[in-house]
Design a protein around this ligand. Structure first.
Ligand SMILES: NC(=O)c1ccc[n+]([C@@H]2O[C@H](COP(=O)([O-])OP(=O)(O)OC[C@H]3O[C@@H](n4cnc5c(N)ncnc54)[C@H](OP(=O)(O)O)[C@@H]3O)[C@@H](O)[C@H]2O)c1
Length: 328
């Protein structure tokens, strides 16, 4: 099968090489001897793959390996009792191996592709939307009527967090860096948008402050995120695209009665079928209710994955970046 491998750690432009690999067995490292085999039509591209090309991601598989954590396509085979059958359209989180014509996912991380979604949207569904639900509801304890501030609001996690927050009954404020990204954040459901190069913290306070901050960016703005929280507010740490890992002066937590909460979706859900089904069902309800519909941004053929990675690395991506592995 056609695939791309990371063969070295020289960065997004040069770390990937095409490879002709044998088809994978129906087995996944999380479910040895069992797995859903997917004929891949679209593969999602995300920040972790950029980091993997430099050896900077927390999981460091031995070289060479096929990156790609999520795919969408057609089930080729599925274990009995998985609820999936050959020929079903599916969205699946495979962790690795998605930049290939065939990939394998644990059965509890493979979900029927909602009617009306194309494969590109399917490749945008699990990582970002399951993370968004996990971060907002399970870690951020979001309640109906609360206000959510979303950093990186035009990005993959950001657009997902806006849609899920609206579906959970919140008012939403997005933080973005450009006009183009403002339009994307509004399309994803931001009620208000503030600019990262403006006095956004003061603007958010004028809007009444935030009950929950979803922060996939980190860096210098973190202290202002804490300052923009209302009493009993929660700042949910999701990622560090801004580059640096912020530090917290904990007196701020005491003085304002606020929480800083970590949300590591992968670490929490791997090996927990019930939690995945619960989150999958919740996201599925939000799809049915019309709140969740992934915004796909740039699309590239599999062989141009380096362009996709560089787009993300250069802060140029909006919505979800997708590789078209097979023509639809
Ligand atoms: N915790 C979890 O379970 C989990 C799950 C999935 C992803 N993540 C993490 O979440 C983060 C966001 O992922 P994503 O897929 O949403 O990425 P993305 O689509 O590239 O969006 C990231 C956003 O970060 C902002 N940003 C600010 N400074 C940046 C910089 N120096 N370089 C690049 N972007 C910068 C950009 O928005 P502006 O230009 O508008 O500022 C950009 O839209 C990543 O760190 C990823 O690893 C964590």
């Amino acid at each position: 099968m056609r695939a791309l491998q990371i063969t070295n750690l020289s960065g997004p432009r040069s770390a990937l090489e095409p490879a002709d690999l044998p088809e994978p067995e129906p087995s996944h490292p999380l479910t040895p001897g069992s797995g859903v085999v997917v004929e891949v039509h679209a593969a999602g591209v995300s920040f972790p793959e950029v980091l993997q090309t430099r050896g900077e991601y927390q999981h460091k598989p031995p070289l060479p390996f096929v990156p790609g954590s999520e795919v969408s396509g057609v089930v080729r085979s599925a274990p009995d009792g998985s609820g999936l059958s050959e020929g079903d359209r599916v969205a699946a989180h495979c962790m690795l191996g998605g930049f290939a014509e065939t990939a394998v996912a644990p059965e509890y991380l493979a979900f029927p592709l909602p009617d009306g979604f194309d494969y590109a949207q399917g490749a945008a569904l699990i990582l970002n939307y399951h993370t968004a639900y996990f971060a907002l509801k399970l870690r951020g304890r979001l309640a109906v009527g609360e206000t959510v501030l979303v950093h990186g609001a035009a990005g993959g996690v950001g657009t997902a967090a806006l849609q899920v927050a609206k579906g959970l009954g919140a008012r939403t404020v997005g933080v973005v860096s450009s006009d183009e990204k403002e339009a994307v954040a509004r399309a994803a459901g931001a009620d208000e948008v503030v600019r990262s190069d403006a006095p956004w913290k003061d603007q958010v306070k004028e809007l009444g402050g935030a009950d929950v901050v979803i922060d996939p960016v980190g860096g210098e703005r973190f202290t202002d995120s804490l300052r923009s929280l209302r009493e009993n507010g929660r700042c949910v740490v999701v990622g560090f695209t801004g580059g640096s890992i912020p530090e917290v002066k904990v007196n701020r937590l005491l003085l304002n009665n606020i929480d800083v909460v970590g949300a590591g979706w992968g670490t929490h859900v791997m090996g927990k079928p019930d939690v995945n089904r619960e989150i999958g069902a919740a996201v599925g309800r939000l799809v049915e209710e019309g709140f969740v519909s992934p915004l796909v941004g740039a699309r590239f053929p599999l062989e141009q994955a380096a362009d996709a990675l560089e787009l993300i690395d250069g802060r140029g991506a909006t919505g979800k970046v997708v590789l078209d592995v097979r023509a639809e």
